[in-house]
Write a new protein. Structure first.
Length: 188
């Protein structure tokens, strides 16, 4: 995630959303949400720092429109102003998380990934925020990137202190599994 993370006084900057295209003529924009609680984060009156710096933006209204969030900021009341905000990241300052089952992107990226038997299968290089769930981007030893659904059945353990993620992937999920799969000839 391209947000700057600051390690001063136990807090850091986190990306809440990325502004997308204008939606209509009145200054509304679509946003790509990067938070588990958009209702709380995108409430009217909420002010965000921005990257690149376009000054603070204040939410005037926000709504979920068929699974996508549409937001209007007090600083943009027409389509031209809305388009100028495209690709802007909305940032908040947060205290470090101490929850056992909550992780920030910066905590996961760089962790080694291994199977439950300890076999190392690569390194987490990014997180993709999907509609159904987040996806870990695993860079396998041969350089192949594999998307791993970030669900407890496949990622049962995130060991922050050990710098590792334990995976229990179904057969065929990892690119390295392809070399181990036998291709059978059709009978005929």
């Amino acid at each position: 995630m391209p947000a700057a993370e600051k390690g001063y006084s136990g807090s850091m900057e986190l990306v809440v959303a990325r502004i997308g295209r204008a939606h209509g003529l009145a200054g509304d924009v679509t946003v790509e949400v990067r938070t588990d609680s958009p209702e709380a984060r995108l409430r009217p009156g909420q002010e965000f720092a921005t990257d690149p710096d376009r000054g603070p933006l204040t939410v005037e209204s926000a709504r979920n429109n068929k699974g996508s969030w549409v937001v209007r900021f007090a600083q943009a009341h027409d389509r031209t102003a809305a388009e100028a905000l495209r690709e802007t990241l909305l940032i908040v300052e947060e205290d470090e998380s101490d929850e056992d089952d909550a992780w920030y992107t910066h905590e996961l990226v760089g962790m080694r990934a291994e199977l439950s038997d300890g076999t190392e299968v690569g390194k987490i290089v990014a997180i993709e925020h999907g509609a159904a769930q987040d996806l870990l981007v695993l860079r396998e030893p041969d350089g192949t990137d594999t998307l791993i659904p970030f669900v407890s059945q496949i990622v049962p353990t995130v060991d922050r202190d050990g710098g590792r993620i334990v995976l229990t992937p179904p057969g065929g999920l990892l690119a390295s599994d392809a070399a181990n799969l036998e291709v059978s000839e059709p009978a005929g």
